[in-house]
Design a protein around this ligand. Structure first.
Ligand code: ATP
Ligand code: MG
Length: 340
């Protein structure tokens, strides 16, 4: 038995419904999904099982799932071409994760930077937080994804995914293809506006930390004008401090300007003027997305239809992988193929 062959190579990526989507998620991940979706058979997930690795208020989680689905579409994900799915609607993700857990040495997981950082902020560290990268490996390997477009913070988890796949293949025979990491040239790691030594995160506290994709223009302007810079008065383009470097990155990502154009325009510019220009670039960059978002959420039932259709489309692929893995491991696979 083989996995259903993909017509084109598959691309897969996901975002957790763990808070408000921000420009880091957009520039690091979502925008690239939109760019490459038609070159692949594309699957984009709202990874709710990942979100609950730290406590989420149930009602908020529910509403974030649909909000994020709407933001995927508003950004330009085309549901006629790309499957948009909620992870927990396809049970095979969790099923494969268990099987992969059993081939993953715990030491590999304890070394993960994200685990160490997130565990630090929790009073009680749930086992799910440690297992997070195994579930992520399952998300990817379930569909034999060839390309995984993510932000730089996920590079380590992608390496681990390949390690897990390799270990499985060497124990049980060739089963999984090795997925490649795809990072954007600009914006792979957008930093917090208030703390430019930490990456911008949905789950971080602090009103001035992140620009949410749905922030109104006046809020975007206020947050950027208050962004942390340094004690210099103007842009030292050759050696900008982390806060200024981050603002320049944000501008470049939204404008698509070349390095040369960035340098000749911003070198020596006073921070106040830099911030005003960055704010206008972000406001203009998000305006069409916000408009489409409002149209999408005004259509009753549309999103649910997209999500149901996405889950129905990918479930047969996912179930076949689980069946194959069961067979390889010697687990009881009787009657499984009837699930799809
Ligand atoms: P959380 O704080 O809950 O982990 P997050 O902001 O890190 O939220 P995720 O859902 O974990 O967002 O990640 C979704 C995608 O966005 C991933 O591909 C990740 O690499 C990317 N991403 C997250 N933060 C940034 C950032 N600051 N810059 C660039 N890409 C990012
Ligand atoms: Mg994250």
């Amino acid at each position: 038995m083989e996995v259903i062959p993909a017509m084109k190579k598959r691309v897969l990526s996901g975002i957790q419904p763990s808070g408000d989507l921000h420009i880091g998620n957009y520039l690091g991940a979502l925008r690239n999904w939109v760019k490459i979706q038609y070159d692949y058979e594309s699957i984009f997930c709202i990874v709710d099982l990942h979100a609950v690795t730290v406590y989420q208020k149930p009602a908020e989680l529910q509403s974030k799932i649909e909000e994020i689905a709407a933001l995927f579409l508003a950004s330009g994900i085309d549901p006629k071409h790309s499957a948009v799915i909620v992870q927990s609607a396809v049970p095979a993700h969790a099923e494969l994760a268990w099987m992969l857990t059993c081939v993953t040495p715990v030491g590999w997981l304890q070394r993960m930077t994200q685990f160490k950082a997130k565990a630090e902020s929790q009073e009680t560290v749930g086992d799910g937080l440690l297992q997070y990268p195994v579930l992520m490996a399952a998300d990817i390997l379930l569909y034999q994804a060839a390309i995984v477009p993510v932000g730089d913070d996920q590079s380590q988890h992608l390496e681990l995914t390949r390690d897990i796949a390799q270990r499985f293949n060497s124990l049980y025979g060739d089963t999984f293809a090795m997925p490649e990491t795809s990072l954007p040239a600009v914006g792979a790691r957008v930093m917090g506006l208030d703390e430019p030594d930490k990456k911008m995160s949905k789950s971080a506290q602090g009103a001035g930390h992140a620009i949410a994709l749905l922030d109104p223009p006046n809020v975007i302007r206020r947050k950027i004008m208050r962004a942390t810079t340094d004690s210099n008065p103007a842009v030292d383009f050759a050696a900008p401090g982390p806060g200024v470097a981050n603002l320049l990155t944000i501008f470049q990502a939204f404008s698509d300007w070349t390095d040369d154009r960035m340098q000749s325009h911003f070198a020596g510019m006073r921070y106040g003027d830099l911030k005003k220009q960055v704010a206008e670039a972000v406001v203009a960059g998000l305006e069409p997305l916000q408009k489409r978002y409002n149209e999408i959420v005004a259509e009753p039932g549309y999103l649910r239809g997209v999500l149901a259709e996405g889950a129905a489309r990918v479930a047969p692929i996912a179930n076949q992988t689980v069946d194959l893995v069961k067979q390889r491991m010697g687990l009881y696979a009787g009657g499984c193929t009837s699930r799809s």
